[in-house]
Design a protein around this ligand. Structure first.
Ligand SMILES: [Zn+2]
Length: 338
């Protein structure tokens, strides 16, 4: 097991790592892989490590040597002279453009810098549009043994069957709270109380736990979103509407407002889940252990029906946002109804 830990230095999902290691050893590689599962459980990191192993120039092809030119380039991310290409959606765009897909495919068709493989990772591949999928499908229909493409996705239902049927699918699951707790203590030297809070808060997503630990600005924003939820459940409508004006000022850019609104709703749905768990005396599953007292007060003042109704309102709000209703209007709707 120790050897596996150095080949795949991540926690959880050993079934996927074992499978990939065995495929490499037996030289039985698929042309296309789909790593599916919820976001932030390490799909892209696993895909990158898989690529590093395959691209390593050393004779030992079980794990990356860390010293050859290919390993060095991949560690310093000198993508321009590596055989690994990563395709992902630009943060301000709605999807991955067809032009991006064409460039990606073109790069993969060029000859290799090193030992022969060209590897492409498509991050959150559900962001491809139909012409992007078609361009990709054409490449998959003319397989090249030295080209391997790995798609990661949290919404495999959005990937066309024509692509799924040509791919080896590996499922990534959320990681156990204990494993994340140990990781935060051993590798990131977190305090015990903080490791306990964050390992609960991240809901099985180690990357989120690490980000909350290392990025104080992210943690402050996250906690701020939590506090607004608590305030919302204890304030008058007038105060709630005032708060909404502060969160969504008039001159705010639409894309920024939309992102803030999405994050708020995501955080609030998780808090609501905690309130429901507390209602059913399931304290051990509560995500936000550090404010369980406050959440307890909220749930005590509401019936199960009322809590479920808030959940419905928040889910509806998510759909309104997706249909481009202004975030301020969506939150006014929430304020009036919860
Ligand atoms: Zn190497």
């Amino acid at each position: 097991m120790d050897e596996m830990n150095t080949i795949w230095p991540f926690i959880g999902n050993d079934h996927a790592f074992n499978f990939l290691s065995k495929s490499i050893k037996a030289n039985k590689l698929a042309q296309t892989y789909i790593f599916k599962g919820i976001s932030n459980v390490g799909k892209t990191r696993a895909a990158t490590q898989f690529a590093k192993i395959l691209l390593c120039n050393s004779k030992n092809n079980i794990k990356p040597c860390g010293a050859c030119l290919s390993c060095e380039n991949l560690t310093t991310l000198k993508e321009s002279n590596s055989d690994l290409y990563i395709l992902k959606k630009d943060s301000d765009k709605k999807d991955i453009s067809t032009e991006q897909v064409r460039d990606f495919i073109h790069n993969l068709s060029m000859s290799s810098f090193n030992n022969g493989y060209k590897i492409g990772i498509i991050k959150s591949a559900h962001h491809l549009n139909s012409s992007g999928f078609n361009a990709l499908l054409k490449t998959l229909e003319e397989p090249n043994k030295k080209v391997i493409i790995i798609l990661t996705t949290s919404s495999v239902t959005k990937i066309p069957m024509t692509i799924i049927s040509r791919s080896q699918i590996l499922r990534f699951k959320s990681v156990g709270q204990n494993l994340i707790y140990d990781l935060l203590i051993d590798k990131y030297k977190a305090e015990r109380s903080e490791a306990k809070n964050l390992s609960h808060m991240c809901l099985g997503k180690p990357a989120i736990a690490i980000k909350l630990l290392e990025n104080k600005e992210y943690q402050t924003k996250y906690i701020n979103n939590i506090n607004i939820f608590v305030d919302f459940n204890t304030s008058t409508l007038e105060i709630k509407l005032k708060k909404i004006e502060e969160i969504f000022p008039q001159k705010q850019e639409a894309s920024v407002a939309n992102l803030i609104a999405q994050k708020l709703i995501e955080a609030w749905l998780a808090l609501l889940r905690d309130c429901l768990l507390l209602k059913f005396n399931q304290k051990i599953y509560v995500q936000h252990t550090m404010i369980s007292e406050k959440l307890n007060t909220i749930q005590k003042n509401k019936s199960i029906g009322e809590l479920l109704n808030i959940q419905t309102i928040l889910k509806k709000s998510n759909r309104y946002l997706a249909c481009n209703v202004s975030p301020k209007n969506v939150f006014d709707y929430i304020a009036i109804n919860i």
